[in-house]
Each structure stands twice: as structure tokens, then as C-alpha cells.
Design a protein around this ligand. Sequence first.
Ligand code: NAD
Length: 509
Amino acid sequence: MNINDILTRLGITSNNSGTSTGTNKLQSTAATITSYSPVNGEVIATIQSTDAEGYEAVMQQAQQAFLYWRAVPAPKRGEIVRQFGDALRLHKADLGALVSYEMGKSLQEGMGEVQEMIDICDFAVGLSRQLYGLTMHSERPNHRMYEQWHPMGIVSIISAFNFPVAVWAWNTALALVCGNVCVWKPSSKTPLCAVACQNIVAKVLKANDLPEGISSLVTGNACGNLMNEDKRIPLISFTGSTRVGRLVSATVAGRFGRTILELGGNNAIIISDSADLEMSVIGAVFGAVGTAGQRCTSTRRLIIHESVYNDFTTKLTKAYAQIKIGDPLNENNHMGPLIDKDAVQAYLNSIEKVKQQGGRFLVEGGVLNGAGLESGCYVKPCIAEVENHYEIVQEETFAPILYVMKYSRIEEAIQMQNDVPQGLSSAIMTLNLREAEQFLSASGSDCGIANVNIGTSGAEIGGAFGGEKETGGGRESGSDAWKGYMRRQTNTINYSNTLPLAQGIKFDL
Ligand code: NAD
């Protein structure tokens, strides 16, 4: 793989100062962000970050663009998103490779992320003809009542490093067909993926003679703070940690803005005594080790029935012994690096805390060294026997540390699964219909996602995605998540020749 060729094909070119730029001409050169690959520790490129003046220019352009875009019929907006999906198809191989190289996930997962972008575009195209409102019967004669959905204005998307392209596309494709304009602030750990995406969408907009500002990019953490306070932004869709999400949520609520919050998870699989154990091993290993444990939906906890505990953990440790760790661009490897050395340190700290709090490791962790692992970001996935109430188990460590614990009754297992502050994804592996239905009932899982005989990790774009409690309560992607990007208006039309007042009130003049 030649990264420079890939960057060139994605429109990321080097200017005289050695700084790579996208097509966003409004960025000024206050400071730079350096992108390092966790694959080999190399600097990939440096990009300009947006200063306050650049931010202001982007916002003014977005405001202007909204005046135009909101008046474009929704199916025509869908046509632009269709072209965006086609452009992504053309760039899938390059963008997927860049995601893998800049973020460290496997090449297959990088391609998978771009495929999700394409899929959400297809979904949004159909949606652009289905932004339905209800009609209802008025209590007054010769009156008609209905509701309609209008765009909100500027939607800001603040995204996390671990899905450096798909989360933006989930938000942007929907927000655009709804008639909003978008301003994206990506993670400063994966800025090149963002510049590449911006180039692709900007080209489509330009080819259709559309105003700049329908979809813009700003970079650098300072812009996140500016957005939180900015009254011109009625909606911020924030994906990231609960810690930062709490701050964003409070600031935006303080100015009566809206947020869609997609925050941390602490996802568990219940392995019942009626489970297919072979399937369960695959689900657990993929869930815990995929993307090196850096998915919001990664499996963090296994709650295992006591009668199959020994058998299952033996199978699991055998499977762990076969995991190949190394260059994620090599398809023979199962797991690549963590995003950076800070993440490695957080992983090591958590391992220490597990030991201090009474945990016992069935598979030991540690940092890997050696040929091809020089970035210092490759770690061993590990498994610890713990109790659910340990402080460290209650937290999300964004790394491949898997906690195992025992249960005896299904009610107890569900209680343990729910007994964490987060509420994103959950699963039960069972062939027992009663147990499965109990898990899905109102007294079952309290998560936004609850699966049977599928692990916790990943989700299809057709469903509404998101979680409860400290995961933030937001919903994105499929089903009717689009309503989160629009404002609802109730309309009443009087076609009679009198003005009857509600509740029969008389107001004689
Ligand atoms: P993070 O919270 O460190 O950063 C997320 C984004 O917030 C980045 O773009 C960052 O620059 C920005 N940011 C930082 N300070 C800000 C501020 N004061 N105001 C506004 N924005 C600010 O998260 P991360 O390490 O990039 O990502 C990992 C976390 O994201 C994990 O907790 C993971 O579970 C979560 N995540 C959740 C979902 C979901 O759908 N629930 C999806 C992906 C990741």
C-alpha cells in the first residue's frame, strides 16, 4: 500500500509549507494537527486546524447555504445524497485503506465502515420521499389538522476517532435530506479521514452547482467548544465519551439547543446454560477483540451461567490463544493496534485496577514489542474474572479487556447486565425461547440495543442506533431516527366561515 498515492487520489495534497489541505478554503492556519498512524507510528500528514476567524466564516457560509438548501424539494436533496453514495463507491478502496491506516482497525473493518456510509446514503435517498407527518381529526367543524416536519438549520456533527467516517455519514446523509446543512468537527486523532470525506462530498456539491456551506468541515478541539456555545446551531449530534458528552449536553441545554448523544457503552453478553457455546465463543471473541475493543458496542462483560462457566471459559481462552495481532492492513491478522500511546496507558491502568480490586486474569494482558509492532500501540487482548460491582468493571475502558462473571438464575443475569451506568448494547445467547423473551421484555435489558444469538458489537443501519442512561439517549441511522434532525410543526386550517374557539369558549364582542 502506498499511502501517498491513496492521499493523492482522495484529493489530499501537500502545499508549500508541507501542510496537507482539503478543499475547505475557509480554514486558516492558526495551528496544525498532526496525524500519526498507530500501525507504524509514522506521521502521515499535518493538517491546518480552524481558528476562531475560520470558524466564523464557515458558520456564516453555512447560514447562507441553509437559506438555499431548505427550499430544495426533499427528493431533489435525496438525489444529491444518491450521487454522494456513488462517489463513495468509487473511493471505497482508498477511503477504507486510509481508515485502516489512520485509525488502526482492520482493512476489512475499514471497508465495512465505508460500506455503511454507502448504505446510509441509499437509505436516505428513500427517506427523502418519506418524511411523513400525521394528519388528525380536528374537534372543530370544517377544520383540518396535520403535522409537518421542517429542517432545523445548521446541524453540527462532533465525532469520535473510532468510527472516523461512518458516524459522520450516518448523520450527514439524514440531516441533508431533511433539509439541514452540516458542519463537521471530527476527532483530532483521525483528521485525514475527515478531509478525504469532505473532498468527496464537496466535489459532488460543486458538480451540481450547489452553494458551498451545505456540508463543511472544521478541525481542532477549540471548534468543539465554540459549537457548544453557538446559538446558530440548533442541533449538535455528538459521538464520544460520556465525560465530554456530559459537558456538551449541559452547555447546549443551557442555550436550549438540542443534542443527539451517542456516548460510551459497557456491553454484556449473557451466556445461558441453553446457549450454543460454539456460536457464543465466536460472538464473544469478535465482540471483545474486533477493532481492538475500541467500538462503543464492544463486548466488555460476559455473564455466564455457572453450569457452563468452566467449559465456556476454557473454549474462550483457547480461542484467544489463536488471535493474530499485527498490521491491520494484513488480512491474516485479527487485531490491530490501539489508537495511540495514551490509549495503551489507559489499558495498562485498567489492568492494574482490576488486580487491585480483586480480579484474576485468565488470559494476561501486556504491550507487544517486536518486528512490525514498533508503534508501541499493540496490546494483548486479555480476560479477567471479576465481580460486576468492581469500580473498574462499572467503567468503559476503550481497550480489549474482557470481564467474565458467573450467574445462577436468569433474573440475576439480567440484573447484572443492567447494573452499570451505561445502556448501549446487550445480548443473550440462548436457545430457550422463554429466557430470550424475558431478556427482551420490559423487565429485561435496559439497553438501546438488545440482541438474541448475536453479539453486542456493530449494528445494521436500518435500525435506530443508540443507548440509554449514560450512553445519552440519542438515536441515529435507521427507523424514524430522522425525526431527531427536524422540527415538528402542528398545523390547523379553518375552512369554515366562523371562528369556533377550543373547549367551546365564548368570546362575544
Ligand atoms: P472523546 O469524547 O475524547 O472525543 C469525541 C469528540 O469530542 C472528538 O471530536 C473531540 O475532539 C471532541 N471534543 C473534545 N472536547 C470537546 C468539547 N469540550 N466540546 C466539544 N467537543 C469536544 O471520545 P473518543 O476518545 O474520540 O471516542 C471514544 C468514545 O466515544 C468512547 O467512549 C466510545 O464509547 C464513544 N463512542 C460512542 C458511540 C456511540 O454511538 N454510542 C460511537 C463511537 C464512539
